[in-house]
Design a binder for this molecule. Structure first.
Ligand code: G3P
Ligand code: CA
Length: 353
């Protein structure tokens, strides 16, 4: 199921591709080789199959793997007692019933360093035991009645360690270090916690490290990870969120690509940063993999729309997502984050026919 490359080989291959467009290029994938023109872009299930089930729950991860995800994505936050949990927002409010279970426990914080602190139920203010009391699935049923399931109600926020055990060898793990400076201000070194956890579960063995990607919007987080566990492939998400880099990293340039290539194997840009094949060529010329986010059409992470619903262009949401995936794959991306893993597979199988 896992379609993972030998990344150093891929980088060499990219160099060859620049020399001649007609050269036959091979990438090694789980012991198989295939020509560049036949390569299959990586399917990264964004927060699991988050279009179909509440994000970052075992149900979401289970469906993602059933639908053939190569990698399942985790976003990491840290609890008050220092445990890594899989949760996208630093605030538990959107995806759990924390407001009902812990009224009055809000704090005013600014994890994204926006200069505009907000009141919320931040994970870092709750112990793991408290967070395990929360229902992380019923919100999805309420927001998306057309996609609801009794199995989603009462789902828990998983820890990273529970996720490692739950996923097992069924898929790779594509793990994001979030809010690195925010957690550092509480004395938490997120990269160190993750490196220790992955090593404890044997992922530092070469055969296993290939099943891990570490991604971050923070260059500092990736540099720290390289120092602690250099064997894991690193993906720089763009635009960067390091305070001094938010503006000069919002556009793909040869200088930015060269800089990132000194410490990472690839980039995860917003789709808007890849408007054409020019940006793909620039990043590939630097030897970088390209995994854009997020393929989910006109839905938001909180409120979905039925896939059969017609959009303003007359096509269904399902068709528009498939067309979008095919457009980017046609530009030459190496993988992508999607909330709908089955549509990614459908897009690529019909494209290859
Ligand atoms: O990590 C890639 C993509 O997930 C970035 O966006 O906000 O969903 O973590 P976000
Ligand atoms: Ca993410």
């Amino acid at each position: 199921m896992i379609e993972h490359r030998w990344f150093l080989g891929v980088r060499l291959i990219r160099g060859l591709a620049l020399c001649t467009a007609s050269v036959l290029i091979f990438a090694t994938t789980m012991g198989l080789t295939r020509k560049e023109g036949q390569k299959k872009p990586l399917l990264i299930a964004h927060r699991g199959a988050s279009g179909y089930a509440p994000e970052h729950t075992f149900e979401s991860y289970r469906i993602a793997m059933e639908q053939g995800a190569d990698f399942v994505e985790q976003d990491l936050q840290v609890t008050k007692d220092g445990v890594l949990i899989c949760l996208h927002d630093p605030d538990l409010g959107r995806t759990t019933d924390v407001a009902e279970v812990f009224p009055g426990r809000e704090m005013v914080r600014d994890p994204e360093e926006t200069g505009k602190p907000k009141r919320g139920w931040y994970a870092v203010d709750f112990t793991l035991a408290e967070i395990k009391m929360l229902d992380a699935g019923s919100w999805f049923n309420r927001a998306n009645p057309f996609a609801s399931s009794p199995a989603y109600a009462g789902q828990h926020v998983p820890t990273m360690e529970e996720t490692i055990k739950f996923v097992g060898k069924r898929a790779g793990l594509y793990i994001e270090l979030k809010h690195v400076p925010f957690y550092k201000s509480f004395g938490f070194d997120v990269a160190d916690k993750l490196a220790r956890l992955l090593k404890a579960h044997g992922f530092d063995r070469p055969s296993e490290s290939r099943r891990i990607f570490i991604q971050s919007f923070y260059k500092d987080g990736l540099l720290r990870m390289r120092e602690l566990a250099p064997g894991f492939s690193r993906i720089q998400l763009l635009p960067m969120e390091d305070l001094a880099r938010r503006e000069d990293t919002a556009k793909v340039t040869p200088a930015l690509a060269s800089e990132i290539a000194t410490y990472a194997q690839g980039v995860g840009p917003s789709k808007a940063m890849i408007p054409s094949a020019v940006e793909v060529a620039t990043l590939h010329a630097a030897g970088l993999l390209i995994h854009p986010y997020t393929f989910r059409g006109s839905t938001s992470a909180s409120a979905r729309r039925p896939l059969d619903e017609k959009q303003t262009n007359g096509a269904t949401l399902r068709q528009n997502i498939i067309t979008d995936i095919q457009k980017y794959v046609g530009l030459g991306i190496d993988g992508g984050f999607t909330d709908y893993p089955d549509l990614w597979r459908q897009a690529n199988s019909s494209r290859n026919r």
